[in-house]
Design a protein around this ligand. Sequence first.
Ligand SMILES: Cc1cc2nc3c(=O)[nH]c(=O)nc-3n(C[C@H](O)[C@H](O)[C@H](O)COP(=O)(O)O)c2cc1C
Length: 233
Amino acid sequence: MMIPRTRHTFSSLAAMSVLGLGLSSCSLLGESAPNEARDAAAPQEEMGEVDGSRTLVAYFSVPETDDPDGMTQDEENSTHVVDGEVYGNTEYVATLMAEGLGADQFRIETAEELPLDHDTLIDLAIDWQDSDARPELQEAIPDIDDYDTFIIGYPIWEYDMPMPMYTFFEQNDFTDKDVYLYTTHDVSGLSGTLETVTTMLPEANVSENTFDISRDDMDDSEADVGEWLDTLA
Ligand SMILES: Cc1cc2nc3c(=O)[nH]c(=O)nc-3n(C[C@H](O)[C@H](O)[C@H](O)COP(=O)(O)O)c2cc1C
């Protein structure tokens, strides 16, 4: 099935999902069911127990506002508010993971300031995908050799990683590192990105034990993240 390259593509499919029009059977949405730890029981060859002090949680997240009051629907979709503080969904999950493990956090940021207007952001995401762009990042991971394990999170954008994540995986050397992936999304799960990252990082140990959560389930994130972290122990 061909996907028309307009910014209405994802929104129309999401609307169909709300209407219960059977998106779960659509291959566009990726193979993973949201909000589940998968393959947790699968043997992870060469993946040791995660040592929080040697673990970095790195994430990309674009909350579309920092004002907890009077949010539009798009702004609500892209944020999670706790005690009046506004987090991006992926940012909030990173915070839970870092706190749960006693790990450090690193925010992946583009050199260019990103638009917060939802439609403008979608247009940019599509332009980047169409041109296979590698948007410049503010910095590489500092002191990467201080860590053995990386938990790397990103939102799904147009059924893929945001293009800055391609820059990130190309720019940092994950040779012999253990890498776990998580996503936040509306309906798309991992959307094939585990396979993409595994191919991009042949010298790393990319685990099949991933985590993903829908933005609609962020109220359950603390329990869901805790359950997934237990699988790393
Ligand atoms: C540009 C853009 C494209 C998106 N495309 C998808 C998509 O293809 N599938 C999906 O399930 N969600 C999609 N979403 C929804 C985000 O993945 C979701 O809101 C995510 O939790 C945002 O995380 P953040 O707040 O950490 O940035 C998209 C959001 C944006 C801004």
